[in-house]
Design a protein around this ligand. Structure first.
Ligand code: BG6
Ligand code: MG
Length: 231
């Protein structure tokens, strides 16, 4: 019964991590750029935006497409993906809770105070390390990430798993994303979507926001409107 009342209020939020909770999307960019420069492969912001939400190996395929390295053996690709990940992890090691913006922290705490169920839905295998570095290990009710999925965004798997871990149905979840692939994944999962950053420019989401704090207003409006709609 309790669950039904909660789901009627659409009270679960699934957050992407990189580029939503924290600025690690910038570190992904820097690490790919370093690898691309070493190989002499063209890499810019436009290509980088296509990597948002997709797995490490799929990202490498995009970085190498149309280059002399596009057909190298799988073992060599794995070594290049590893090289990029090492650069990326060196950047992650220097992170502290100060890398979490006060606005994000304030909003997450306010959502929790209002009884909102919250999960991470990220394609990254580094998600646990990042959450620990920024002081959010244990904060979310559930974490679904690159370590528990077989298909990364735009496949809906990561979000469906997050809903399952939360114990709520997909239709009661709102997903916050900065990636077009993430918005598509959430829509395919049957969830509502809030876009920020690059995804906000795509115009495919239910809401687009400029700043993280706006999530609070959206969730409050949903609570006000949903009981009427579901009566
Ligand atoms: C996503 C990023 O969160 O994680 C992608 O948006 C990245 O750019 C993917 O490729 C996988 O990350 P990781 O940390 O496992 O290499
Ligand atoms: Mg992201």
């Amino acid at each position: 019964m309790q669950k039904e009342i909660e789901s009627g209020n659409m009270n679960a939020v699934i957050f992407d991590l990189d580029g939503v909770i924290v600025h690690t999307d910038e570190y992904h960019y820097r690490a790919w750029k370093k690898l691309a420069d070493r190989l002499g492969v063209c890499f810019d912001e436009r290509i980088n935006n296509r990597l948002r939400g997709v797995s490490r190996l799929e990202s490498l395929e995009i970085v190498l497409e149309n280059s002399a390295f596009s057909d190298i053996p799988d073992a060599e690709k794995a070594a290049l993906a590893d090289e990029k990940n090492k650069t990326y992890q060196t950047l992650l090691q220097a992170m502290t809770p100060d890398d979490l913006s006060p606005e994000v922290l304030k909003t997450l705490r306010a959502l929790k105070e209002r009884g909102c169920r919250m999960a991470i839905g990220s394609s990254s295998r580094n998600a646990p390390l990042i959450l620990e570095k920024i002081g959010l290990a244990g904060f979310f009710d559930a974490v679904s990430d690159g370590n528990n999925i077989t298909n990364s965004k735009p496949d809906p798997e990561v979000f469906l798993k997050a809903a399952e871990y939360l114990g709520v149905s997909a239709k009661d979840c709102v997903v916050v994303e900065d990636a077009d692939a993430g918005i598509e994944a959430a829509r395919r999962a049957g969830m509502k979507t809030i876009a920020m950053g690059d995804a906000a420019r795509g115009g495919q989401a239910d809401w687009s926001i400029q700043s993280f704090g706006e999530i609070l207003t959206i969730m409050e409006n949903i609570k006000r409107v949903m009981p009427i709609l579901t009566e």
